[in-house]
Design a protein around this ligand. Structure first.
Ligand SMILES: *Cc1c(COP(=O)(O)O)cnc(C)c1O
Length: 410
């Protein structure tokens, strides 16, 4: 008898985005004339910039000629891309990361789930609440949790609430944890971690022998040099952190697929008999066995992110989204909302009006203003009473959404 992985049956059925999709479809079928503005799912809307498109075309041309054709490439990524990443994202900023510590992949979502392959099953795992659901669900699938309770919190996981009451600074776990998921700039709250906070996390990890899984998917949206863009800006992080980065939000690659994971060679985990083991070596083995590299034209396109034209064009694209975020923040404040985030991230996290739950606010915003956002409670119990709006949209839609929100709430 072929048995399935029972852990999958613990997963909560009404997953957030399908449920949003269901409610939006139902509303649109009942109200076909409604002009619905979608500010829910975190996906980019602007096309690829010209420097990237040209590089991708050139990559295809190279594949079309016998002289320059390439078959399987290095599983970890081509040197031209790893070198460009190491230089531009790290070394030029004074951060000690070398090209052979970078693993190019087809996405941070996959990497942040796949990373569990190389860790044991008895680790204590801590996540922020609200949280990017991938970190939690992949741990459920791997059998690292018990069943979910009424709030959707799984037994065995350590949840670190992040709310306005604590100024969006998570409280350090009172029990010792082994793997800590952090995401900054944060999805969904849009807030960032200061150098001081990250320094405390690195100190905690070093003291407890923990490893930080740092998701920096939105680092390109940071506009202030005092806010760290990489965990490796913090002294000592090479010995206690893995970082995930992606071209998805940085350069509009959500439909192209290219990301990277950084594992310093100095990062050690423990074997079950207490010996030090290089995490880099394990991930290299895992990556080479289960992955065959990102397509060549896509890696050419990703490398163009670091060309002079590419850098400028991407900077302009991010400035475009961040102008939407600024307008959203200003409009929401004028409409009387208390808001967070949206300064170094494309998400604004608003507090729902007193006594209105996240899902009630979702239904109200959809029916009265024809705007789709994301209920905070869908990201975790501590997200109840909050709501996420995304700046990934056209300027026209953003302006129209603000007009409607002001009309309904101001
Ligand atoms: C969008 C996003 C990513 C990027 O995932 P990809 O698979 O690289 O597209 C990673 N982490 C978070 C929190 C995100 O919101």
């Amino acid at each position: 008898m072929a048995q399935i992985n029972d852990n999958y049956l613990k997963l909560q059925a009404g997953y957030l985005f399908p449920e949003i999709g269901r409610r939006v479809r139902a509303y649109c079928e009942a109200n076909p004339e409604a002009d619905v503005i979608k500010m829910g799912i975190g996906d980019v809307t602007q096309p690829l910039v010209p420097a990237i498109v040209k590089a991708m075309h050139d990559g295809v041309d190279e594949m079309a000629t016998a002289d320059t054709f390439r078959g399987y490439g290095p599983e970890q990524g081509y040197d031209f891309l790893r070198d460009a990443i190491a230089k531009n994202d790290f070394q030029d900023r004074g951060i000690d990361i070398s090209a052979d510590e970078i693993f190019v992949s087809d996405g941070s979502k996959c990497d942040s789930g796949n990373i569990l392959d190389i860790f044991g099953s008895n680790n204590k795992i801590a996540v922020l609440d609200p949280v990017y659901p991938v970190y939690v669900d992949t741990n459920v699938m791997a059998g690292h949790t018990g069943e979910a309770d009424d709030n959707g919190r799984y037994g065995g996981l350590v949840y670190m609430p992040v709310t306005a009451e604590s100024n969006f600074e998570p409280e350090f776990p009172t029990e010792k944890v082994d793997l800590i998921y952090l995401c900054y700039p944060n999805n969904p709250t849009g807030v960032v971690a200061t150098r001081e906070i990250l320094t405390k996390w690195v100190a905690y990890a070093k003291e407890n022998g923990s490893i930080i899984l740092y998701d920096a998917a939105y680092e390109a949206f940071i506009s202030d040099d005092s806010v760290p863009r990489s965990i490796y800006e913090i002294e000592g992080a090479r010995d206690c952190a893995i970082e995930f980065r992606s071209f998805s939000k940085t350069a509009g690659f959500t439909g192209v697929r290219c990301a990277l994971t950084i594992i310093p060679k100095t990062l050690m985990g423990k074997t079950s008999d207490g010996k030090d083991q290089s995490v880099h070596a394990l991930w290299n083995r895992r990556h080479c066995t289960k992955f065959n590299g990102v397509s060549f034209p896509v890696q050419r396109a990703a490398a163009a992110v670091y060309s002079d034209e590419g850098k400028q064009q991407i900077k302009d694209q991010i400035a475009f989204y961040m102008n939407n975020a600024k307008l959203l923040r200003e409009g929401l404040v004028e409409a009387g909302f208390t808001i967070y985030g949206g300064v170094h991230a494309p998400y604004v996290w608003l507090q729902t009006p007193a006594g209105v739950s996240s899902w009630d606010f979702f239904d109200k915003l959809l029916s009265e203003s024809h705007i789709v956002g994301t209920p905070g409670s869908g990201f975790g119990a501590a997200g109840e009473g909050y709501f996420r709006l995304s700046a990934f949209n056209s300027l026209e839609n953003t302006q129209e959404a603000i007009k409607r929100i002001k009309k309904a709430f101001a």
